[in-house]
Design a protein around this ligand. Structure first.
Ligand code: MRU
Length: 346
């Protein structure tokens, strides 16, 4: 059972995902700034896991506050929230978790500082537990959509590593189907440039003995054309109110190919990934990362010195390519503006 981030009395513990699959090393992050660095530098990654980590980061920052004045604590809270909020722009779970922690802080401001510390630690643990429970429900609902004896293609890593743990979103759907007694094989594309597919998805599925075959990103069209893919399942970093889906760069390409070949394209995500304040995918901020992720692998140079490079970390798949969005409240289908809004009302 993989749980990539944990609270402990010593600090926030994170499995260092930068080292997988060759090394399993845990780090203990002892301050909120270390947690912020951990998120920014991809020790932990994946939208729900980033949200859980940010909640723990706030709890840790407040726990480490040494003052006695509530106004000073409020100022410190704002600074902690701002620091964590600047780490990664696309995954809305980060801002969702910070907002939730802020609301709890505001609602308990009249209490003693030691009580506030305990309340915020408890809230961050609740966020974590609820996230795991959401993935369990996604696994159950999503598992129903996959056919027995089918092969599912997934992009990036939307597994236990990318969430609070245990299930994952896209990999949760696959695990759910397997738990329902279905025989499922997975095709994982490697997901250039950060290789979350080959390093993380392949590693996770091997641990669960779910058959997985690794391909390069440019092989998916060929396999779809040959009838080797029966469904695509991916996670998301932010879903706009109209059902446009931001996810790892390359997702859009896979979605277009899936439509061309009449293959269902499913998105699995908790409601903490749905941003009703974002009307369409156009408004979703897309992170751009260090060009070295493309020009180098470790110290090996892959491109000429000084070359101009784009390194967009995410893209947006328009809602017309999305067959269904699987959440902890059930399966949403087009028109998404209504079906997604309804999920928040139930
Ligand atoms: O840059 P990353 O590794 O944080 O990107 C992760 C993804 O794009 C995942 O597919 C997404 O966060 C869904 S995780 C359940």
């Amino acid at each position: 059972m993989i749980i990539p981030v944990k609270w402990s009395d010593e600090g926030v513990q994170m499995l260092d995902q930068r080292l997988l699959p060759t090394e399993e090393k845990w780090l203990t992050l002892k301050s909120y700034t270390e947690v912020a660095d951990g998120i920014r530098e991809m020790v932990v990654r994946g939208a729900p896991a980033i949200g859980v980590s940010a909640a723990y980061g706030i709890a840790l920052g407040v726990k480490n506050f040494v003052g006695t004045n509530i106004a000073d604590l409020e100022e410190e809270f704002d600074y902690i929230a701002e620091t964590l909020g600047k780490t990664r722009p696309t995954a809305v779970n980060l801002f969702w978790a910070i907002d939730r922690m802020r609301r709890v802080f505001q609602a308990n401001k009249s209490k003693s500082i030691s009580e506030i510390k305990q309340i915020l630690i408890a809230e961050s643990k609740d966020i974590h537990e609820e996230d795991i429970e959401s993935q369990r429900m996604i696994a159950e609902y999503g598992g129903e959509l996959l056919e027995d004896n089918s092969t599912v293609l997934t992009h990036c890593n939307a597994g236990a590593l990318a969430t609070g743990g245990v299930w994952g979103t896209a990999l949760g759907v696959i695990r759910g189907a397997v738990n329902q007694g279905k025989t499922i094989a997975v095709i994982a594309d490697e997901t250039r440039p950060y290789l979350q597919g080959s390093r993380l998805t392949a590693w996770e599925l091997l641990q669960d003995n779910i058959p997985v075959t690794l391909i390069t990103d440019n092989m998916s069209g060929h396999l779809m054309k040959k009838g080797r893919v029966q469904a695509v399942v991916v996670g998301s970093d932010r879903i706009a109110a109209n059902g446009d889906v931001a996810n790892k760069i390359g997702t859009y390409m896979v979605a277009v190919l899936a439509k061309q070949h009449d293959i269902p394209f499913y998105v699995a995500a908790p409601l903490s990934t749905v941003d009703l304040m974002c009307p369409t995918g156009e408004e979703i901020p897309i992170e751009e990362r260090d060009i070295r992720e493309i020009t180098h692998i470790k110290d090996i140079q892959l491109a000429p010195e000084g070359i101009s490079v784009n390194n967009y970390a995410f893209d947006v798949t328009p809602n017309e390519f999305v067959t269904a969005i699987i959440t902890e409240k059930g399966v949403a289908r087009a028109p998404y503006t209504e079906s997604l809004r309804k999920m928040f009302e139930d």
